[in-house]
Design a binder for this molecule. Structure first.
Ligand code: GLY
Length: 429
Protein backbone atom coordinates (compact mmCIF):
# COMPACT_ATOMS: atom_id res chain seq x y z
CA UNK A 1 0.00 0.00 0.00
CA UNK A 2 1.30 3.48 -0.85
CA UNK A 3 1.28 6.16 1.82
CA UNK A 4 1.26 9.93 1.68
CA UNK A 5 3.36 11.14 4.60
CA UNK A 6 3.15 14.62 6.05
CA UNK A 7 6.05 15.68 8.28
CA UNK A 8 5.55 18.57 10.71
CA UNK A 9 8.63 20.58 11.63
CA UNK A 10 11.48 22.56 10.13
CA UNK A 11 14.72 21.24 11.57
CA UNK A 12 17.53 19.00 10.38
CA UNK A 13 15.73 16.20 12.24
CA UNK A 14 12.75 16.59 9.90
CA UNK A 15 15.09 16.83 6.89
CA UNK A 16 16.66 13.52 8.00
CA UNK A 17 13.24 11.90 8.46
CA UNK A 18 12.23 12.97 4.94
CA UNK A 19 15.51 11.78 3.43
CA UNK A 20 15.04 8.34 4.98
CA UNK A 21 11.38 8.10 3.99
CA UNK A 22 12.15 9.19 0.42
CA UNK A 23 14.01 5.87 0.08
CA UNK A 24 11.03 3.83 1.27
CA UNK A 25 9.14 2.30 -1.70
CA UNK A 26 5.85 2.40 0.22
CA UNK A 27 5.84 6.22 0.10
CA UNK A 28 3.86 7.78 -2.75
CA UNK A 29 4.15 11.43 -1.64
CA UNK A 30 5.96 13.46 0.99
CA UNK A 31 4.82 16.79 2.35
CA UNK A 32 6.47 19.02 4.92
CA UNK A 33 5.19 21.96 6.92
CA UNK A 34 6.68 24.42 7.43
CA UNK A 35 9.99 22.84 6.31
CA UNK A 36 13.14 24.67 5.26
CA UNK A 37 15.21 25.30 2.13
CA UNK A 38 16.53 21.73 2.17
CA UNK A 39 13.27 19.86 2.64
CA UNK A 40 11.88 21.42 -0.56
CA UNK A 41 13.96 19.03 -2.66
CA UNK A 42 12.29 16.01 -1.05
CA UNK A 43 8.80 17.06 -0.05
CA UNK A 44 5.98 19.30 -1.16
CA UNK A 45 6.26 22.55 0.78
CA UNK A 46 3.10 23.22 2.73
CA UNK A 47 2.07 26.31 4.66
CA UNK A 48 1.25 26.11 8.34
CA UNK A 49 0.46 29.28 10.28
CA UNK A 50 1.11 27.91 13.75
CA UNK A 51 2.91 24.60 14.15
CA UNK A 52 1.68 24.43 17.77
CA UNK A 53 -2.02 24.69 16.84
CA UNK A 54 -3.47 21.15 16.81
CA UNK A 55 -6.49 22.18 14.74
CA UNK A 56 -4.30 23.71 12.03
CA UNK A 57 -2.11 20.60 11.89
CA UNK A 58 -5.16 18.34 11.57
CA UNK A 59 -6.77 20.55 8.91
CA UNK A 60 -3.58 20.54 6.89
CA UNK A 61 -3.38 16.74 7.13
CA UNK A 62 -6.98 16.42 5.97
CA UNK A 63 -6.59 18.92 3.14
CA UNK A 64 -3.40 17.29 1.86
CA UNK A 65 -5.00 13.82 2.18
CA UNK A 66 -2.21 12.47 4.40
CA UNK A 67 -2.25 8.78 5.29
CA UNK A 68 0.35 9.31 8.01
CA UNK A 69 1.40 12.42 9.91
CA UNK A 70 4.83 12.44 11.56
CA UNK A 71 5.18 15.20 14.14
CA UNK A 72 8.80 16.16 14.76
CA UNK A 73 8.94 18.77 17.56
CA UNK A 74 7.70 18.46 21.13
CA UNK A 75 5.65 21.67 21.24
CA UNK A 76 2.80 20.50 18.94
CA UNK A 77 2.83 17.08 20.62
CA UNK A 78 2.46 18.53 24.11
CA UNK A 79 -0.27 20.82 22.71
CA UNK A 80 -2.25 17.81 21.43
CA UNK A 81 -1.54 17.79 17.67
CA UNK A 82 -1.43 13.98 17.54
CA UNK A 83 -4.82 13.76 19.28
CA UNK A 84 -6.31 16.20 16.75
CA UNK A 85 -4.92 14.23 13.78
CA UNK A 86 -6.14 10.88 15.14
CA UNK A 87 -9.54 12.39 15.89
CA UNK A 88 -10.13 12.92 12.15
CA UNK A 89 -9.12 9.34 11.37
CA UNK A 90 -5.56 9.87 10.11
CA UNK A 91 -2.69 7.78 11.47
CA UNK A 92 -0.20 9.81 13.47
CA UNK A 93 3.33 9.05 14.59
CA UNK A 94 3.54 10.95 17.86
CA UNK A 95 2.09 10.57 21.34
CA UNK A 96 -1.12 12.06 22.68
CA UNK A 97 -0.85 15.20 24.81
CA UNK A 98 -1.40 13.02 27.87
CA UNK A 99 1.52 10.70 27.01
CA UNK A 100 3.71 13.61 25.82
CA UNK A 101 3.69 14.88 29.42
CA UNK A 102 6.63 12.52 29.88
CA UNK A 103 8.57 15.42 28.29
CA UNK A 104 6.15 18.27 28.98
CA UNK A 105 6.39 17.98 32.77
CA UNK A 106 9.53 16.79 34.51
CA UNK A 107 7.57 16.29 37.72
CA UNK A 108 5.14 14.00 35.86
CA UNK A 109 8.06 12.06 34.37
CA UNK A 110 9.58 11.55 37.82
CA UNK A 111 6.26 10.24 39.10
CA UNK A 112 5.94 7.75 36.22
CA UNK A 113 9.50 6.56 36.79
CA UNK A 114 8.96 6.22 40.51
CA UNK A 115 5.85 4.07 40.06
CA UNK A 116 7.56 2.05 37.29
CA UNK A 117 10.61 1.43 39.50
CA UNK A 118 13.03 2.99 37.03
CA UNK A 119 16.41 4.34 38.14
CA UNK A 120 16.69 8.12 37.96
CA UNK A 121 18.21 10.89 40.07
CA UNK A 122 16.50 11.63 43.40
CA UNK A 123 14.71 14.96 42.96
CA UNK A 124 12.56 17.45 44.77
CA UNK A 125 10.19 20.01 43.35
CA UNK A 126 10.53 23.46 44.88
CA UNK A 127 7.79 26.05 44.52
CA UNK A 128 8.54 28.09 47.65
CA UNK A 129 11.68 30.27 47.58
CA UNK A 130 12.02 29.83 51.36
CA UNK A 131 12.90 26.17 50.82
CA UNK A 132 15.34 26.69 47.97
CA UNK A 133 18.60 27.01 49.92
CA UNK A 134 17.97 23.97 52.07
CA UNK A 135 17.19 21.80 49.05
CA UNK A 136 20.20 23.09 47.11
CA UNK A 137 22.45 22.22 50.04
CA UNK A 138 20.90 18.82 50.52
CA UNK A 139 21.76 17.78 46.94
CA UNK A 140 25.09 19.66 46.85
CA UNK A 141 27.36 20.22 43.83
CA UNK A 142 27.24 19.78 40.91
CA UNK A 143 23.86 21.46 41.24
CA UNK A 144 21.11 20.40 38.84
CA UNK A 145 18.14 22.74 38.42
CA UNK A 146 15.42 22.05 35.87
CA UNK A 147 12.42 23.95 34.64
CA UNK A 148 9.40 21.67 35.04
CA UNK A 149 8.04 22.73 31.62
CA UNK A 150 9.27 22.63 28.04
CA UNK A 151 12.06 25.18 27.63
CA UNK A 152 13.66 24.45 24.22
CA UNK A 153 16.84 23.06 25.78
CA UNK A 154 17.30 26.13 27.99
CA UNK A 155 15.51 24.91 31.09
CA UNK A 156 18.32 22.88 32.63
CA UNK A 157 21.31 24.29 34.48
CA UNK A 158 24.06 21.98 35.70
CA UNK A 159 26.77 23.90 37.55
CA UNK A 160 29.26 23.54 40.36
CA UNK A 161 28.62 27.23 41.08
CA UNK A 162 25.87 27.39 43.69
CA UNK A 163 25.01 30.98 42.80
CA UNK A 164 24.48 30.11 39.12
CA UNK A 165 22.13 27.28 40.09
CA UNK A 166 20.32 29.41 42.66
CA UNK A 167 19.82 32.26 40.20
CA UNK A 168 18.29 29.87 37.64
CA UNK A 169 15.94 28.45 40.27
CA UNK A 170 14.93 31.93 41.44
CA UNK A 171 14.24 33.02 37.85
CA UNK A 172 11.82 30.12 37.52
CA UNK A 173 10.18 30.74 40.91
CA UNK A 174 9.85 34.48 40.27
CA UNK A 175 8.00 33.63 37.05
CA UNK A 176 5.65 31.39 39.05
CA UNK A 177 7.06 28.10 37.78
CA UNK A 178 8.26 25.25 39.98
CA UNK A 179 11.93 24.27 39.85
CA UNK A 180 13.00 20.66 39.99
CA UNK A 181 16.25 20.14 41.90
CA UNK A 182 18.00 16.83 41.67
CA UNK A 183 21.25 15.08 42.38
CA UNK A 184 23.85 14.92 39.63
CA UNK A 185 24.20 11.69 37.65
CA UNK A 186 27.85 11.00 36.96
CA UNK A 187 28.72 9.03 33.82
CA UNK A 188 28.73 9.28 30.02
CA UNK A 189 25.38 10.19 28.50
CA UNK A 190 23.51 8.03 26.03
CA UNK A 191 20.46 8.83 23.91
CA UNK A 192 18.35 5.78 23.21
CA UNK A 193 15.45 6.28 20.78
CA UNK A 194 12.68 3.70 20.90
CA UNK A 195 9.76 3.18 18.55
CA UNK A 196 6.76 2.52 20.80
CA UNK A 197 3.32 1.56 19.47
CA UNK A 198 1.58 1.65 22.83
CA UNK A 199 3.02 -1.66 24.03
CA UNK A 200 5.77 -2.94 21.74
CA UNK A 201 9.19 -1.28 22.01
CA UNK A 202 11.91 -1.36 19.33
CA UNK A 203 15.17 0.44 20.15
CA UNK A 204 17.20 2.23 17.48
CA UNK A 205 21.00 2.44 17.67
CA UNK A 206 22.23 4.22 20.79
CA UNK A 207 23.79 7.62 20.17
CA UNK A 208 25.53 10.41 22.04
CA UNK A 209 25.00 14.13 21.60
CA UNK A 210 26.99 17.24 22.49
CA UNK A 211 24.93 19.90 24.20
CA UNK A 212 27.49 22.57 25.07
CA UNK A 213 28.42 25.14 22.48
CA UNK A 214 32.21 24.87 22.82
CA UNK A 215 34.89 22.21 22.42
CA UNK A 216 35.59 20.13 25.53
CA UNK A 217 31.99 20.73 26.66
CA UNK A 218 32.52 24.38 27.49
CA UNK A 219 30.09 27.28 27.31
CA UNK A 220 26.32 27.35 27.54
CA UNK A 221 23.90 24.60 26.60
CA UNK A 222 22.46 24.57 23.09
CA UNK A 223 19.87 22.54 21.23
CA UNK A 224 22.78 20.21 20.29
CA UNK A 225 26.04 20.81 18.43
CA UNK A 226 26.76 17.31 17.18
CA UNK A 227 26.19 13.61 17.66
CA UNK A 228 27.41 10.17 16.69
CA UNK A 229 26.15 6.60 16.56
CA UNK A 230 26.65 3.83 17.48
CA UNK A 231 28.77 3.80 20.67
CA UNK A 232 31.96 1.73 20.34
CA UNK A 233 32.77 2.24 24.04
CA UNK A 234 29.41 1.02 25.33
CA UNK A 235 29.99 -2.71 25.43
CA UNK A 236 29.19 -5.55 23.04
CA UNK A 237 27.79 -4.79 19.56
CA UNK A 238 28.65 -1.07 19.76
CA UNK A 239 26.10 -0.57 22.52
CA UNK A 240 23.26 -2.65 21.02
CA UNK A 241 23.33 -5.01 24.02
CA UNK A 242 23.26 -2.01 26.33
CA UNK A 243 20.28 -0.70 24.36
CA UNK A 244 18.37 -3.96 24.88
CA UNK A 245 19.17 -3.88 28.62
CA UNK A 246 17.87 -0.30 28.84
CA UNK A 247 14.68 -1.35 27.04
CA UNK A 248 14.12 -4.15 29.56
CA UNK A 249 14.94 -2.25 32.72
CA UNK A 250 13.79 1.27 31.87
CA UNK A 251 11.76 1.80 28.69
CA UNK A 252 9.34 -1.13 28.91
CA UNK A 253 8.36 -0.44 32.55
CA UNK A 254 7.64 3.20 31.66
CA UNK A 255 5.67 2.22 28.54
CA UNK A 256 3.66 -0.27 30.61
CA UNK A 257 2.99 2.34 33.28
CA UNK A 258 1.72 4.86 30.70
CA UNK A 259 -0.49 2.17 29.15
CA UNK A 260 -1.90 1.21 32.55
CA UNK A 261 -2.73 4.87 33.22
CA UNK A 262 -4.88 4.80 30.07
CA UNK A 263 -2.45 7.02 28.16
CA UNK A 264 -0.47 4.66 25.90
CA UNK A 265 2.58 6.16 24.22
CA UNK A 266 2.62 5.94 20.40
CA UNK A 267 5.62 7.45 18.73
CA UNK A 268 9.26 7.91 19.58
CA UNK A 269 10.24 7.65 23.23
CA UNK A 270 13.69 9.13 23.73
CA UNK A 271 15.47 8.03 26.88
CA UNK A 272 18.31 10.35 27.85
CA UNK A 273 20.50 8.37 30.23
CA UNK A 274 23.69 8.59 32.22
CA UNK A 275 25.72 5.39 32.56
CA UNK A 276 26.54 5.65 36.25
CA UNK A 277 28.52 3.28 38.48
CA UNK A 278 25.16 1.91 39.61
CA UNK A 279 24.01 1.30 36.02
CA UNK A 280 22.02 3.33 33.49
CA UNK A 281 19.85 6.05 35.06
CA UNK A 282 17.36 8.35 33.35
CA UNK A 283 18.33 12.00 32.99
CA UNK A 284 15.19 12.84 31.02
CA UNK A 285 12.57 11.45 28.69
CA UNK A 286 11.59 13.19 25.48
CA UNK A 287 8.47 12.44 23.46
CA UNK A 288 10.03 12.78 19.99
CA UNK A 289 13.14 12.13 17.91
CA UNK A 290 16.18 13.97 19.29
CA UNK A 291 18.13 16.50 17.28
CA UNK A 292 20.94 16.08 16.20
CA UNK A 293 21.15 12.35 17.13
CA UNK A 294 18.40 11.49 14.61
CA UNK A 295 20.58 12.72 11.76
CA UNK A 296 23.27 10.17 12.79
CA UNK A 297 20.97 7.26 13.61
CA UNK A 298 18.88 7.50 10.43
CA UNK A 299 22.02 7.72 8.27
CA UNK A 300 22.61 4.08 9.27
CA UNK A 301 19.05 2.74 9.13
CA UNK A 302 18.40 0.34 6.25
CA UNK A 303 14.84 -0.71 7.17
CA UNK A 304 12.06 1.27 5.42
CA UNK A 305 11.32 4.14 7.79
CA UNK A 306 7.83 5.16 6.66
CA UNK A 307 6.65 1.58 6.97
CA UNK A 308 8.04 1.43 10.51
CA UNK A 309 6.47 4.72 11.55
CA UNK A 310 3.13 3.72 10.00
CA UNK A 311 3.22 0.37 11.85
CA UNK A 312 4.05 2.21 15.08
CA UNK A 313 1.21 4.68 14.59
CA UNK A 314 -1.21 1.80 13.99
CA UNK A 315 -0.11 -0.38 16.92
CA UNK A 316 1.41 -2.99 14.58
CA UNK A 317 5.10 -2.78 15.48
CA UNK A 318 5.29 -6.35 16.78
CA UNK A 319 4.62 -7.64 13.24
CA UNK A 320 7.61 -5.78 11.74
CA UNK A 321 10.84 -7.67 11.00
CA UNK A 322 13.98 -6.85 13.03
CA UNK A 323 15.53 -3.50 12.15
CA UNK A 324 18.42 -3.55 9.69
CA UNK A 325 21.43 -1.29 10.02
CA UNK A 326 24.35 -0.38 7.79
CA UNK A 327 27.71 -1.38 9.24
CA UNK A 328 29.99 1.40 10.41
CA UNK A 329 29.25 4.71 12.07
CA UNK A 330 27.80 8.16 11.49
CA UNK A 331 28.92 11.53 12.86
CA UNK A 332 26.93 14.78 12.75
CA UNK A 333 28.45 18.24 13.14
CA UNK A 334 26.10 21.20 13.53
CA UNK A 335 26.92 24.49 11.82
CA UNK A 336 25.54 27.32 13.97
CA UNK A 337 25.01 30.98 13.14
CA UNK A 338 27.16 33.74 14.61
CA UNK A 339 25.80 34.57 18.07
CA UNK A 340 24.14 31.21 18.73
CA UNK A 341 23.05 30.11 21.36
CA UNK A 342 22.38 33.78 22.05
CA UNK A 343 20.66 35.88 19.41
CA UNK A 344 21.78 34.46 16.07
CA UNK A 345 22.78 36.53 13.07
CA UNK A 346 20.28 35.79 10.27
CA UNK A 347 19.86 36.39 6.57
CA UNK A 348 23.34 35.51 5.29
CA UNK A 349 23.95 33.55 2.10
CA UNK A 350 25.13 29.97 2.66
CA UNK A 351 27.46 28.39 0.12
CA UNK A 352 27.67 24.60 -0.22
CA UNK A 353 24.42 23.69 1.50
CA UNK A 354 23.17 21.62 -1.46
CA UNK A 355 25.98 19.06 -1.07
CA UNK A 356 25.30 15.43 -0.18
CA UNK A 357 25.33 14.81 3.57
CA UNK A 358 24.18 18.35 4.39
CA UNK A 359 20.84 18.57 6.20
CA UNK A 360 19.10 21.90 6.66
CA UNK A 361 17.65 23.44 9.81
CA UNK A 362 17.58 27.24 10.03
CA UNK A 363 17.56 27.93 6.30
CA UNK A 364 15.18 29.56 3.84
CA UNK A 365 15.26 30.03 0.10
CA UNK A 366 15.29 33.49 -1.43
CA UNK A 367 13.27 34.12 -4.62
CA UNK A 368 16.45 33.88 -6.70
CA UNK A 369 17.20 30.41 -5.27
CA UNK A 370 19.94 31.50 -2.86
CA UNK A 371 19.88 29.73 0.50
CA UNK A 372 19.92 32.06 3.51
CA UNK A 373 20.43 31.44 7.22
CA UNK A 374 17.21 31.83 9.21
CA UNK A 375 17.91 30.26 12.60
CA UNK A 376 20.53 29.51 15.23
CA UNK A 377 21.35 25.98 14.21
CA UNK A 378 21.67 26.28 10.44
CA UNK A 379 22.90 22.95 9.07
CA UNK A 380 23.73 19.41 10.20
CA UNK A 381 26.63 17.89 8.29
CA UNK A 382 26.51 14.08 8.31
CA UNK A 383 29.54 11.87 7.70
CA UNK A 384 29.56 8.08 7.52
CA UNK A 385 32.37 5.55 7.45
CA UNK A 386 33.50 2.06 8.31
CA UNK A 387 34.17 3.19 11.86
CA UNK A 388 33.81 6.29 14.00
CA UNK A 389 37.17 7.73 12.96
CA UNK A 390 36.29 7.41 9.26
CA UNK A 391 32.81 8.88 9.83
CA UNK A 392 34.32 11.79 11.74
CA UNK A 393 36.78 12.50 8.95
CA UNK A 394 33.96 12.32 6.42
CA UNK A 395 31.81 14.80 8.38
CA UNK A 396 34.59 17.36 8.78
CA UNK A 397 35.62 16.95 5.13
CA UNK A 398 32.07 17.75 4.05
CA UNK A 399 31.88 20.65 6.49
CA UNK A 400 34.95 22.23 4.87
CA UNK A 401 32.79 22.86 1.78
CA UNK A 402 30.31 25.08 3.66
CA UNK A 403 30.63 28.86 3.78
CA UNK A 404 28.50 31.01 6.11
CA UNK A 405 29.86 34.26 7.44
CA UNK A 406 30.48 34.15 11.20
CA UNK A 407 29.30 30.56 11.58
CA UNK A 408 30.82 28.25 14.14
CA UNK A 409 30.91 24.54 14.94
CA UNK A 410 32.57 22.23 17.41
CA UNK A 411 35.76 20.59 16.24
CA UNK A 412 35.70 17.72 18.76
CA UNK A 413 32.51 15.83 17.93
CA UNK A 414 33.13 12.11 18.64
CA UNK A 415 36.83 12.81 19.23
CA UNK A 416 37.03 11.39 22.75
CA UNK A 417 35.22 8.25 21.58
CA UNK A 418 37.65 7.84 18.66
CA UNK A 419 40.58 8.20 21.08
CA UNK A 420 39.07 5.63 23.44
CA UNK A 421 38.68 8.17 26.22
CA UNK A 422 34.98 7.59 27.01
CA UNK A 423 34.73 5.22 29.95
CA UNK A 424 31.78 3.86 31.87
CA UNK A 425 32.24 4.01 35.66
CA UNK A 426 32.80 0.58 37.16
CA UNK A 427 29.64 -0.86 38.62
CA UNK A 428 29.74 -0.71 42.40
CA UNK A 429 29.51 -3.89 44.46
N1 GLY B 1 19.54 16.10 21.53
C1 GLY B 1 18.77 16.75 22.53
C2 GLY B 1 17.35 16.90 22.21
O1 GLY B 1 16.90 16.57 21.13
O2 GLY B 1 16.60 17.33 23.07
Amino acid sequence: MGVRVLVIGSGAREHALLLAMAQDPSVTALGCAPGNAGTRALAERLGLGDVADPTEVAELARGWRADLVVIGPEVPLVAGAADAVRAIGIACFGPSAAAARIEGSKVFAKDVMSVAGVRTAPAEMVDDPARLDAVLDRFGPPYVVKDDRLAAGKGVVVSTDREVARTHAMTLLDAGHPALLESYLDGPEVSLFCLVDGRTVRPLLPAQDFKRVGDDDTGPNTGGMGAYAPLPWAGPDNGATLGNDIVNSIVEPVVTELDERGTPFRGLLYAGLALTAQGPAVVEFNCRFGDPETQAVLALLRSPLARLLYATANGQLAAEPPLEWAPGAAVVVVVAADGYPGTPRLGDVIIGSEAEGVLHAGTRMRDDGAVLSSGGRVLSVVGTGVDLAAARNDAYRRLAGIRLIGSHHRSDIALRAVKGLVTVPVTAG
